[in-house]
Design a protein around this ligand. Structure first.
Ligand SMILES: [Mg+2]
Length: 209
């Protein structure tokens, strides 16, 4: 990992679901095939999943069961978010790249296959809970001076801001309905609507080194 320390512009730590791969749209399609709907009124899955025709949302246990079945059938076949593959491939010439995902550990290998199949052969690390401590550890292991962190979850952006204060944090989420529910995340250096917006900011950082 230390290969990059002297030559690379830094380390990009990138979330997977909703940043690199379309999770929400695939999960929504799965739910509909199972007789459920996903109409978000808040930035969460639980509370927004309903059995068709029912007013009361499905509880945590049922959403977890649905998620588990979804991952088992789909963890290796999600579609890439537009721009993700070409941008990360291009940035890998100047940055070390690491994926960091809170997908359940049991599906990490399938998710890795998914990423490799679309041309993103970068190390994937599994995580539980807020991502700040894991990003701090990845930074330490790589000896990178600069860290760029991308995630769709405001909670992880805040955690990374707290643990790695000088990281450049980018909020990005592919699903437009969930995006509309996220207000300004104060701890994000950039609220990017797409990879097309994120890429020049990350390249500008590299040019500063
Ligand atoms: Mg995500």
């Amino acid at each position: 990992m230390a290969k990059g320390a002297c030559r690379m512009a830094g380390l990009i730590v990138c979330d997977v679901d909703e940043v690199v791969l379309h999770f929400v749209s695939a999960f929504r399609a799965f739910l509909e095939s199972e007789g459920f709907t996903l109409n978000p009124k808040s930035y969460a899955l639980t509370g927004n999943v309903r059995r068709a025709g029912e007013e009361e949302p499905a509880g945590q246990a049922e959403v977890s069961r649905l998620l588990d079945r979804f991952y088992a059938a789909n963890a290796d076949r999600l579609r890439p978010v537009p721009g993700a593959v070409e941008t990360l491939q291009a940035l890998s010439r100047t940055y070390e790249i690491a994926f960091l995902s809170n997908i359940p550990e049991v599906y990490i290998d399938l998710r890795n296959q998914n990423l490799k199949a679309i041309g993103l052969d970068f190390a994937l690390t599994g995580n539980r809970g807020p991502k700040g401590p894991a990003v701090r550890a990845l930074k330490w292991a790589s000896a990178a001076e600069r860290v760029v962190f991308l995630d769709d979850s405001p909670r992880h952006i805040r955690s990374v801001r707290a643990e790695v204060p000088d990281a450049f944090t980018i909020h990005m989420i592919a699903d437009h309905r969930f995006r509309a529910l996220v207000g300004k995340v104060a701890e994000a250096d950039l609220m990017a609507a797409s990879w097309r917006e994120a890429r020049p900011a990350i390249e500008a950082l590299a040019a500063r080194s």
